[in-house]
Design a protein around this ligand. Structure first.
Ligand code: ATP
Ligand code: MG
Length: 832
């Protein structure tokens, strides 16, 4: 407990000189005559504790607190009061064990507070003392005449005393501060809400624009995606188409190759078959020819027969001619028997006349010119000639001139001018006889007539003959005249027969040859006829023909297919080229993208019709939107962020407000708890103390128990009396009740000291005793400084101070009880 050790007063009110009053613990009584300055001591304590109200310090103005002097004493320049506390228990929040607190006031009314000599502010003083429950206007200082105040005061004021005691003022202060903060916050919130509203309007406008932009973006994206999907579908479709076309093309080209091969195979087959057919045809043709052959055979055979017949007839004719020749020859003597005998020897050709043919007009000339040579025998070689000569000799047949072809030579001379030709040139014979004929006829020229011959003869020596038979020898001899054709008839006849015979023989030879040929032909034909069976061949030929027809048909079919295929291939190539071009174009449009975005994938799964519908919808959607502010997207986000930030700030402020409100609630709760605790504690003590003081019953209660702001009612019932209303209480009863309240408060929360300025004034001796006993009891817990004229009370005090006034200046001094009693008695008498 903080205790007042000493009170030092200087220049304060009636105390001019510095006076130091020790105040030991316990129960001190101050007594003295009226107006001596007792109450000024109480004022001095209130003054130093920081009381400011001049009125409660019983001065009109502050400077009146300074000793103003008297007739004999001069006034002071300042007033100063100091209290020395024992702070050994460190109740005051200071390190010092002894704490001095002083207040000095000058004439200007300026106060200076010091703590242990150091200037501090009044608030610091108040704060320090409040720690010990000491307040400048505390209920522990009961000024003169104020004791019943607690009973008489307004119930609400009284309740405010409980408030003060319970310390809820602290809460009130906090609450007030919080509420002030709340007000400020409310202002901030209101301002913020206005701003928020403005921003909200901006943001709402932007939101609409942004929504439009988003819708536009959505439509645009959808449009792009849908178009990409369509493009992709087109692209992939084209690619697929291209693949299919290429595949088909490949297929068709393969087929084409096959067809070409087939055609070639067919061509080969056809060529083969044709060749076969051709061969067969030829065979058939030949075979058909064979029919002719048969006919021919028949014909040839009949021809053969005819020819053989002819040969027979020719032979017979030859025989007849031979007999004729022989017969004629027998008649013609000129025909040498020698010739006849050698005629059939080897190498003998015949007589010259037999071997030449002479035109009729030159016959005479030839006979004349030839003369004896006409019977010369022409033989092939000299050897054979010698054989003939030997034969004639041996047979003794006769003589003959022989002309061996290998020996006889002649020279060719130039034809005399005017001659027709050499005779040799006018006759005809086999060429091999040329040398012989030339020898005989080559040097004799045919001339037109004898005259001409005569002319020529004049010029040159040359043998000449005329057609009439005039012969001009080279020697000059001329043989002429009428020429009788010597034996000409027979020779000619023979020659004719010989010729005919020769012809017939020739014909026979020819016929033999023909027969041989025919026979050969017949042999071949017969062979052919044997080899071939025409009907089978024809059948085969027909079969081949049919097969060929079928082959050609097939080839035609294949060829037509090939043509069709070619057309298909052309079409496919065109289609492929178109698709390639389209694909290239689409690829260009599609770009380098390899992967299809997921968004597009969804669209790709849709049908083209659906995609077209979506495309139309998107386009219409975009058109419906009209002009769109795309910046709204960014702006909105920006403003929204700002807005959100701002709203967050506002929310924080609101949170702050809520937190403060929460705090206020807590404060209120705490305040209520504290109040109720204090209230009930004091009420209990009040009942006890009242019982001790009066043996009656008393209580404290709120006018409205639910309302802590309501007034505090004191209910007292002195023993044997009914419950008294305050107004109906006697002064003493009121004072007792007030004391009960004072002590109840002290018991609840004792303050270090109590100053009671004549609080016992209205009490009778009995009640004073009760009060004194209680003070004594309570003085264990606190210092009691009691100003009193009551001897009952003085008698019980631990120490007594006497106050007197001399020349307007108060003096104080410690006195012993008898002196005090005397002093009191003296005063009583003075008052009486
Ligand atoms: P009572 O027994 O009648 O209550 P008291 O002892 O309490 O008397 P106070 O009221 O303390 O007397 O003192 C009053 C006296 O103080 C008065 O006589 C008054 O003239 C004197 N006084 C008051 N103020 C001053 C001042 N400023 N200077 C000088 N004297 C003063
Ligand atoms: Mg007084």
């Amino acid at each position: 407990m903080v205790k007042i050790q000493r009170l030092v007063i200087q220049g304060f009110k009636s105390f001019k000189r510095k006076v130091s009053i020790p105040l030991p613990t316990g129960f001190s009584v101050v007594t003295g005559p009226n107006g001596s300055g007792k109450s000024n001591l109480s004022d001095a304590i209130s003054f130093v504790l920081g009381r400011t109200s001049s009125r409660t310090l019983r001065a009109k103005r502050t400077h009146e607190l300074i000793f103003h002097g008297s007739k004999k004493k001069s006034g002071s320049d300042f007033a100063k009061v100091a209290i020395y506390f024992d702070n050994s228990k460190k109740i005051l929040p200071l390190e010092d064990e002894s704490v001095s607190i002083s207040r000095r006031i000058n004439k200007k009314g300026v106060s200076t507070y010091r703590l242990n000599g150091k200037v501090i502010t009044r608030q610091q003083v108040i704060d320090i003392f409040s720690q010990a429950g000491i307040h400048p206007d505390g209920h522990n200082i009961i000024q003169q005449g104020d004791v019943n105040q607690i009973v008489e005061m307004d119930a609400v004021e009284r309740r405010e005393i409980i408030d003060e005691i319970s310390g809820i003022a602290e809460y009130d202060e906090k609450k007030r501060k919080a509420e002030k903060e709340l007000e400020q916050i409310d202002v901030r919130i209101r301002e913020a809400e206005i701003l928020l509203q403005e921003k909200y309007q901006v943001i709402e406008k932007l939101r609409k624009e942004r929504d439009a932009a988003l819708r536009y973006k959505k439509f645009d994206k959808e449009l792009k995606d849908v178009r990409a999907a369509l493009l992709w579908k087109d692209f992939s479709g084209t690619k697929r188409g291209l693949g299919n076309a290429a595949e088909k093309l490949e297929e068709k080209e393969k087929l084409m190759e096959k067809l070409e091969k087939d055609i070639k195979d067919y061509d080969d087959k056809i060529a083969k078959e044709e060749k076969k057919l051709d061969g067969l045809t030829k065979q058939v043709f030949k075979a058909s020819e064979q029919i002719d052959v048969s006919n021919r055979i028949t014909k040839l055979r009949s021809e053969l027969e005819i020819k053989q017949d002819k040969i027979g007839s020719n032979r017979r004719e030859i025989d007849r001619l031979q007999s004729l020749i022989e017969r004629v020859s027998q008649l013609d003597t000129k025909i040498s028997p020698a010739f006849k005998s050698v005629e059939n020897l080897r190498g003998v050709f015949g007589t010259v006349s037999n071997l030449i043919n002479v035109p009729a007009e030159y016959r005479t000339a030839v006979e004349v010119a030839g003369g004896g040579h006409l019977n010369d025998i022409v033989v092939d070689t000299t050897t054979n000639t010698i054989k003939c000569v030997k034969y004639l000799k041996a047979k003794k047949i006769g003589r003959a001139r022989f002309l061996p072809l290998d020996r006889v030579r002649s020279e060719k001379k130039p034809l005399p001018t005017g001659a027709i030709k050499w005779l040799s040139e006018l006759i005809t014979h086999e060429s091999r006889y040329g040398p012989v004929m030339n020898y005989i006829f080559g040097s004799t020229a045919l001339v037109k007539n004898a005259d001409r011959a005569g002319e020529i003869a004049k010029r040159q020596r040359v043998r000449m003959v005329t057609p009439d038979g005039d012969l001009f020898e080279a020697s000059g001899a001329i043989t002429g005249g009428f020429y009788r054709k010597r034996g000409a008839g027979a020779l000619n006849e023979i020659n004719k027969y010989l010729e005919d015979k020769k012809k017939l023989e020739k014909e026979i030879d020819s016929l033999h040859i023909q027969i041989r040929d025919i026979n050969e032909d017949l042999e071949i034909l017969a062979e052919k006829e044997k080899r071939t069976k025409t009907a089978d061949l024809e059948k085969e030929r027909i079969r081949l023909d049919e097969s060929l027809y079928r082959l050609r048909e097939k080839r035609k079919e294949v060829y037509e297919r090939r043509v069709e295929l070619q057309q298909d291939i052309s079409k496919l190539n065109i289609q492929k080229a178109k698709l390639e071009a389209k694909s290239e174009d689409l690829k260009f449009q599609w770009g380098e993208k390899d992967e299809i975005e997921d968004d597009i994938q969804d669209y790709i799964n849709m049908s083209v019709a659906k995609l077209k519908e979506l495309e139309t919808n998107a386009i219409e959607g975009i058109q419906t939107l009209g002009p769109v502010n795309m910046k709204a997207l960014e702006e909105f986000e920006m403003i929204k962020t700002e807005f959100e930030d701002f709203r967050e700030k506002v929310d924080k402020i609101v949170d702050e407000k809520n937190s403060i409100m929460d705090t206020v609630k807590k404060i209120e709760k705490k305040r209520k708890e504290t109040f109720i605790h204090t209230m009930s504690s004091i009420a209990n003590h009040f009942r006890e103390v009242y019982l001790e003081l009066t043996e009656g019953e008393a209580g404290l209660e709120l006018e409205d128990p639910e309302n802590l702001e309501s007034g505090l009612l004191i209910k007292a019932q002195p023993p044997g009396k009914k419950l008294l209303h305050i107004d109906s209480m006697s002064g003493g009863e009121k004072t007792l009740t007030a004391f009960a309240f004072l002590f109840a408060v002290q018991r609840h929360k004792p303050t270090p000291f109590y100053i009671l300025d004549e609080a016992d004034a209205t009490l009778d001796r009995e009640n004073t005793k009760r009060v004194v006993n209680l003070i004594k009891k309570q003085s264990n817990l606190a210092q009691f400084i009691v100003i009193s004229h009551n001897d009952t009370l003085v008698r019980e005090a631990d120490q007594i101070y006497g106050v007197s006034m001399e020349d307007g200046e108060s003096k104080i001094f410690g006195i012993e009880l008898p002196q005090a009693e005397k002093m009191i008695e003296k005063e009583k008498q003075k008052n009486n």
